[in-house]
Design a protein around this ligand. Structure first.
Ligand code: AMP
Length: 380
């Protein structure tokens, strides 16, 4: 395989969700075709793809046929089997490498790696038994957050422990999965950086953004984050260091907490496009999805620029979906819908972006006003 990939080459993407859909759209603009490997018929990515393989992610015959049909392989979600990716990597380049997916799939491997790369995390301890949990709580104190080490997302697979009485029920609920206890971070803000790294080590990072969650699901992203310059520089440096330490080829999102003293702690990393980077489609000439495709295809990674400030709001579940007629009728809202047939509660159905002139991101009331029917005014 020679890089950069020629126009009309085929990029294989494992996973059929909205991240694959938006990657495939960016790939199409660059003249590439996408072949999606997914378990689901009629998923968001397959609706906009050149070719589709419907298969389990661990079926060797399907994986071989998929690899045969594509020029390079990437993934858009992390709960794919790393062994499956290993098989793919024996046949075609897989970017990011399966070893990076393994790190991000397991919170213990992830924290060990992050700390080894010099990034600070919340204090943590592996937990395999109730006795170990009690011992870990003795060291880390309460409150603390107990999490499954694998397959957790959007707050699933975790419990906040506030009193000693919470330990046994939380352990019961999350056991027998391997667990990790994290010290509670009394964060002032949650921020993230999306960064791309090329095979030659070139780095290109989007601005640090602020993320706000509702019911453990990302609700709003504000670009840029309203943080002191020193905090911004720390977050950017962490993202650069982590991407380099991973020897990444591809895209990486680094989610971080900023505590009351301005210290930046890494919460988790994701070696793929990220919900907190969706604003880049509308506020940057090249989006996170274009950088994803550029990095895996070997195209130059130009410095990314933000031409506008932006607010991104997720459309989640049936409540937000019901507002679609008003959303598409609101001037200034840039709508994105993912093509999911069923709006289940908590399911990400789409998002909207509102742009502001660079440097003119408004305050809370201005943001709520700009979001129109989706804006909830802040509590008085
Ligand atoms: P995660 O699944 O690790 O991304 O966690 C989901 C959300 O839970 C985060 O975005 C935070 O809002 C919250 N959270 C996770 N870990 C901690 C922690 N150690 N301290 C405080 N809040 C946390």
């Amino acid at each position: 395989m020679t890089f950069p990939l020629h126009p009309n080459s085929t990029i294989g993407l494992v996973g059929g969700g909205q991240l694959g859909r938006m990657s495939a759209l960016a790939a199409a603009r660059l003249g590439y075709r996408c072949h999606i490997l997914t378990r689901e018929v009629d998923s968001p990515a397959t609706q906009v793809a050149h070719a589709v393989t419907i298969s389990d992610y661990a079926d060797p015959a399907s994986l071989r046929a998929f690899a045969e049909a594509v020029d390079v392989i990437s993934f858009e979600f992390e709960n794919v089997s790393a062994e499956g990716l290993d098989l793919l990597a024996s046949l075609k380049p897989v970017r990011p490498a399966p070893a990076i997916l393994r790190i991000s799939q397991d919170r213990l491997a992830e924290k060990t790696f992050l700390n080894g790369a010099g990034a600070t995390t919340a204090p943590w301890a592996p937990v395999a038994s109730l006795a170990e949990l009690q011992e870990a709580v003795g060291r880390l104190g309460l409150p603390a957050v107990l999490k499954t080490t694998r397959l957790g997302y959007d707050g699933k697979g975790q419990a906040t422990l506030r009193s000693p009485d919470d330990l046994a029920p939380a352990f019961e609920r999350l056991n027998p999965k391997p667990l990790v206890l994290e010290g509670f971070v009394n964060f002032a803000q949650e921020v993230s950086v999306v960064i791309a790294r090329g095979a030659d080590g070139t780095l290109s990072a989007f601005d640090t953004v602020e993320n706000r969650h509702r019911d453990h699901i990302l609700d709003l992203t504000l670009a840029p984050a309203r943080i002191p310059v020193a905090v911004d520089q720390a977050a950017q440096e962490i993202a650069r260091n982590v991407a380099t330490a991973l020897d990444l080829i591809g895209l990486l999102a680094v989610e971080m907490f900023v505590d009351a003293t301005g210290r930046v702690l890494v919460n988790e990393i994701a070696p793929r496009p990220h919900n907190s980077g969706h604003w880049t489609i509308d506020a940057c000439p090249a989006s996170q999805f274009e950088l994803h495709i550029r990095s895996i295809a070997g195209l130059p990674l130009l410095p990314v620029v933000r031409h506008s400030d932006a607010v991104m709001k997720n459309l989640v579940g049936p409540e937000d979906t019901a507002l679609w007629p008003q959303i598409v009728a609101t001037p200034g809202l840039i709508p994105h819908l993912y093509g999911k047939a069923e709006a289940r509660p908590g399911r990400k159905m789409g998002h909207v972006t509102h742009l502001f002139p660079k440097g003119a991101l408004p305050g809370e009331f201005g943001i709520a006003d700009a979001l129109g029917v989706l804006g909830t005014p802040p509590a008085p």
